[in-house]
Design a protein around this ligand. Sequence first.
Ligand code: SF4
Ligand code: SF4
Length: 291
Amino acid sequence: MAQDDLKNIADEIPARSPVEPVELRADSAFQFDCHPGVSCFNACCRNIDITLLPYDIARLKRRAGLTSSQWVARYTLPFPMDAHGMPGLKMATKPGRNECVFLEESGCSVYTDRPSACRYYALGSMGVRPAGGDAVEDIFFVVKEPHCKGHEEPRTATVAEYRREQGLEKYDEMNREWRDIVLKKRSSGPTVGKPSARSLQLFDMCSYDIDSFREFVASEAFAEVFALPAEERAALSDEDKLLLFAARFLKQVLFGEFTIPIKPNARATRLQKRRHRETTPAPEDNTGDNP
Ligand code: SF4
Ligand code: SF4
């Protein structure tokens, strides 16, 4: 990344921000360690602001044995990610407090499935699209908050080592396409315009409700429009593959990046069906409920 670009990012960081305006790369080393022996253990979980990503939700709802919509209803709070109301989700907190719902006396009760943001802390990561380029680059920063004593621990690791230890490679791989969609939507500004209500609904389902997306992909309505090869369709029984497919589907819906083949007569069939519905009288009510 050019120094000018880095300076532009650094200029946007508030003066008292805990983010250190030093760009780190995969092989950059930084001093930090977190373990149950630190004096601030779990302090970071008592004051959270965690934006959840699709793979976070998939992992946590599987762990809880809930459907994605049940998990989201129970453990998240909605917020708009931009001025167009792109739906985002934050991790819920305990009533009247800013403490994570999953924090217990002994620590994190979902540790092996904790979200990406918890794994990254005390690193910040950011995807940037260099001017004129299409590929998204990852840059990293150290986040130094006063309550976090991990920065005083005598351990140094590179960003790559830290990401590996925290299991972030899988998380980043699973969330990458989705994150690119959000970044692309944000950086394209008014040229893409406000997505329709239907597109926002689809974004919500593809991002946070993988169980409903599975039903949608298995539906007659989907089969009428999309010509998905049988082998590819079968592979979607794996939920991780389905999640990646959901991001691909979103790119097609939001940006017209056509990678899922459409049946040649799809539009005509749908129009024909709609006309049929509009011109066919509703069946008589034979339930006997009416007088
Ligand atoms: S999910 Fe676990 S690690 Fe993350 S904030 Fe909650 S308690 Fe802390
Ligand atoms: S060292 Fe930092 S990350 Fe670890 S428990 Fe303390 S506040 Fe949280």
